[in-house]
Structures are given as structure tokens and as C-alpha cells.
Design a protein around this ligand. Structure first.
Ligand code: FAD
Length: 451
């Protein structure tokens, strides 16, 4: 058995245009691909039909099959990385481990522990940027500190990209935007006995009823994105979230396309980079508010109201439609995510972390950085948050974005019948209660934090 390099897939589940895999194949053959179904994560999932596990399993099976055709094995393990890695290092003569970076706190701790183990054994570790266009300190203010407001960040993001593009030799696309022709180096995969692929059922999961969105999006949809993206009854957004989340598509390829076709769509991809950057620089957001003052808000946290929100029976049809769409499909339109999140935190005064956790359980495209960013934006505790006194009015949101009740009728067929519940809370009262509660909480914070 020769000395090998292991390439560890995590949130980059594709063989094509994969930055870390490209580097491994080019520089450090022979390469054995690895995926670990991580029990630290899977054991926490409540639903044995969690569609995300099925999605990952499908993506890994696809790669396993593609590699098998080349005579190249793929290691697919099930267990805890902290236990699996020592096993792998005992079974193989490993000279290096290559991977793409994962910026979530759990992943960073997991990777640090592995790096320490590899270092003890003089095995090289190399990680690459693949999940985002820019990471770390690539887009920072002139004084080197991270941005905390989106608009200047996005301006600088575009400037850095432009500068990097013109500073590369003519005709060559900058590293950040280029594609990595991984397939040119497929000869560098380790060849050996084909290894088995674990079944979904062997891990205690079974297929769901959910249909996953396509990887391909019609060109016209992207072209018209700025005009259609706010109307939940229309198919006006890409639905690519799950593919970005698990890396079944390349962010660089989609961003290049966005740059050609629609600037508003590109801006959405920059939001994704922005929240990833916030999580990298301010990991405390994963646990609590970005702005400390907001930890003083005295949430009401009424369990019955939370249940009504989750199940889509608040008596606010646009909120109920959104929650029912989420429960049935694992997707919710962005405009409606903003409305239901604002309703939970402001109208019901329920801690945004409760809503964040529910979305994490249900969303196919759940991504810690963007989910956390979206929730903190809604609660007013985040980076460039809307001021807390701007409380979304669910009725005017519906008039603007679902004026013919098309979306509502799809998800709440009993709306306007006797079986539809009365509003769980009066809008005017709830708005005033929210303003008073936030004001008092922030005043208390000011007093406490000055001491
Ligand atoms: P499109 O509108 O087609 O946008 C294309 C891509 O751009 C998206 O797939 C996504 O990767 C990125 N994007 C778009 N809007 C945002 C945004 N505001 N922030 C960050 N990235 C964005 N997005 C997630 O990917 N995962 C989440 O867990 C998540 N949770 C959210 C929670 C709340 C409370 C809110 C308000 C927003 C959340 N978003 C999240 C952002 C956004 O709602 C989704 O990315 C979008 O609705 C996904 O649908 P799409 O793929 O059709 O997006």
C-alpha cells in the first residue's frame, strides 16, 4: 500500500470545480476521498426522515459511484470523527490530509483537534477556501478590522474582486472567481479495492417525501431576479440554498454567472459571504446577540404561542402560510422568513434563539451563519440591524407582497372561513408592547453595562 493523501469532504460534496480536491490531486497523489457521516451531528437530529441526511447520502452515493467507475475507492464512514481518524491513521499510511474550510464553531474545534493529532504524527494538514468567495481577512476595512455593516462590506467585496481580477495576468480570472478543473487530475485518485457505501437505513434514517430543488436555474429567472424575488407566490428565487449549503454546486461558478446576469442576485451571494465572515470574526453570535445590550431584553417566551407559531395557527395568514410552507417542504421564501421572524420576536416577544433553533431543524438550506444573521437581523440584535422600533406589520407586508392572497390561499386554504383562528395577539397592542419592552431592556442594559 503506497503512502496516500486523504481528501476529506464536508460541505463541498462534488468532484468538479472543488478547490481543495483540485490541490490534493495536483500536488499530493495518490488521493483517497473520505466522507464521515458524523454521529456528533446525526445523533442530535430528531426526525428519522430528515431530508438533509437523505440529500447528503444521495450526493455521496453519486460521488462514490462516479469514483467506482474510475476504479477509485471512496472511504465512507459512520461515527465520530474523533474516533474515526485514529482508525484511518492506523489503517493507511497517510502523508497528508487536504480539505476545504468549514467556519462553524463545532467544525473549527473538530478540525483543531485533528490538526493536533496529525502534527504529533508529522502528517501535513492543508485547508482551502471553497465555500465562499472571500474568507478570513480578505475583505476588511482600510484599518484591517472586519466590517459589521453590510453595504460598505459589499462595496469593498466588489472592489477587492475587481482589483484581484485586474491584477492577474491578462485573461486569467482571479483565484477567488476561477474554476478549478479537478477532472484534469482524476488520474491522481488512489486505485484499489472498491469500498462499500453505507445505506441510509443503516444509520437509522429513511427517505422523506420532499423533492429537492434542481441545481440548474433558468437564465431568465436570474435575469429578472430583482423584479420577482419578493413575491412568495411566484417562482422568483433560485432555490439553490441547499446546494450552496452542501457544496453540490460551486459558489464561484454561480457568482460569475450572477455577475453577468443580475447584480441583485450577486448581492444576495455577498450576503452569504457577509454572514459567514461575521461568524468567523465574531463566533459569539452562535450563542447570543451580536450586540451585548440585547441580552437584556426580557423575552416573554410563552410556550403555547410558540407552538401556534410553529404550527401556523397564529391567525395572521401570511405568518401561518410561511410556517406551513416550511413544515411541508423544508423551504420558506426569504420575504416570509423575515415576516415570521419579526412576528415571533417582536409581536410575541419570544427569544430569537427559539426561532433560530426551529428553522435549524426544518430548513433544507439551514446554514448556521445565514440563519443566525437572519434571526439577529429580525430581532434587532445583529450587525446592521434594522432599528428595533421598526416592527413589520404583517398586514401591510401581505398587501405589498401577496396582494391577491395567492400564497396565503395555497398554504392556508381555510383562511376566511370559520375554522381559521382569530389573531393570537392584537397587532397594535403587540407593537406597543414590543417597543416598551425593548426600550426598558436596553435602558437596563445601558445602566448595567456602564457600571
Ligand atoms: P435566492 O433568493 O435565490 O438567493 C440565492 C442564494 O443567495 C441563496 O440560496 C443563499 O445562499 C444566498 N442568500 C440569499 N439571501 C440571503 C440572505 N439574506 N442571507 C444570506 N444568504 C442569502 N439562508 C440560508 O442559506 N440558510 C439559512 O439557514 C437561512 N436562514 C434564514 C433565516 C431568516 C430568519 C432569514 C430572514 C433569512 C434566512 N436565510 C437563510 C436567507 C434567505 O432567506 C435564504 O438564503 C433564501 O430564502 C434561500 O432561498 P433561495 O435559495 O431561493 O435564495
Amino acid at each position: 500500500m503506497p503512502q496516500i493523501t486523504i481528501f476529506w469532504f464536508r460541505r463541498d460534496l462534488r468532484l468538479e470545480d472543488n478547490a481543495g480536491l483540485f490541490a490534493a490531486l495536483k500536488d499530493s497523489a495518490p488521493v483517497l476521498p473520505l466522507f464521515i457521516f458524523d454521529r456528533e451531528i446525526l445523533d442530535e437530529l430528531n426526525d428519522p426522515q430528515d431530508a438533509r441526511v437523505e440529500f447528503i447520502h444521495h450526493a455521496i452515493s453519486g460521488m462514490h459511484g462516479q469514483l467506482q467507475e474510475m476504479g477509485a475507492p471512496m472511504e465512507v464512514r459512520y461515527g465520530k470523527p474523533s474516533e474515526i481518524w485514529p482508525e484511518l491513521l492506523a489503517e493507511y499510511d497517510v502523508k497528508a490530509v487536504y480539505t476545504n474550510r468549514d467556519y462553524e464553531p463545532y467544525a473549527r474545534n473538530r478540525d483543531s483537534a485533528l490538526q493536533a493529532l496529525l502534527e504529533e504524527r508529522c502528517i501535513a494538514w492543508r485547508d482551502f477556501k471553497d465555500h465562499v468567495i472571500f474568507d478570513g481577512n480578505e475583505v476588511v476595512k482600510d484599518d484591517g478590522t472586519p466590517y459589521v455593516v453590510f453595504t460598505p462590506y459589499s462595496r469593498m467585496w466588489k472592489r477587492v474582486l475587481h482589483e484581484k481580477m485586474i491584477s492577474t495576468p491578462q485573461g486569467e480570472i482571479s483565484y477567488h472567481f476561477r474554476s478549478f478543473p479537478t477532472e484534469e487530475h482524476f488520474d491522481s485518485f488512489y486505485r484499489g479495492e472498491i469500498l462499500p457505501m453505507i445505506g441510509l437505513d443503516e444509520m437509522g434514517f429513511s427517505p422523506s417525501e420532499i423533492t429537492f430543488p434542481d441545481k440548474e436555474v433558468p437564465r431568465d429567472l436570474i435575469r429578472e431576479y430583482d423584479e420577482t424575488r419578493n413575491f412568495p407566490a411566484q417562482r422568483g428565487t433560485s432555490r439553490l440554498g441547499i446546494h450552496f449549503r452542501f457544496g453540490t454546486i460551486s459558489i464561484r461558478e454561480k457568482a460569475r454567472r450572477a455577475q453577468r446576469l443580475n447584480d441583485t442576485f450577486l448581492t444576495e451571494l455577498i450576503w452569504r459571504d457577509f454572514y459567514s465572515m461575521i461568524l468567523q470574526h465574531f463566533p459569539h453570535v452562535a450563542e447570543g446577540p451580536f450586540r451585548e445590550k440585547y441580552s437584556f431584553i426580557p423575552w416573554r417566551n410563552n410556550e403555547e404561542e410558540f407552538a401556534a407559531w410553529k404550527e401556523g395557527r397564529t391567525g395572521y395568514p401570511i405568518v401561518d402560510a410561511g410556517m406551513r410552507e416550511l413544515n411541508a417542504t423544508g423551504f420558506m421564501h426569504n420575504r416570509v422568513r423575515m415576516i415570521v421572524a419579526s412576528f415571533l420576536t417582536k409581536h410575541l416577544l419570544i427569544d430569537w434563539r427559539w426561532g433560530e433553533a426551529y428553522f435549524a431543524e426544518k430548513l433544507l438550506d439551514f446554514e448556521l451563519a445565514s440563519n443566525n444573521g437572519g434571526w439577529q437581523w429580525a430581532a434587532g440584535s445583529g450587525t446592521d440591524a434594522a432599528p428595533y422600533f421598526r416592527v413589520f406589520n404583517p398586514y401591510s407586508q401581505q398587501k405589498k407582497f401577496d396582494k391577491n392572497f395567492q400564497y396565503i390561499k395555497k398554504w392556508v386554504p381555510e383562511y376566511q372561513s370559520v375554522s381559521y383562528p382569530e389573531p393570537i395577539v392584537d397587532h397594535k397592542m403587540a407593537r406597543q408592547r414590543c417597543l416598551d419592552t425593548y426600550k426598558a431592556g436596553l435602558a437596563q442594559a445601558d445602566a448595567a453595562l456602564v457600571k
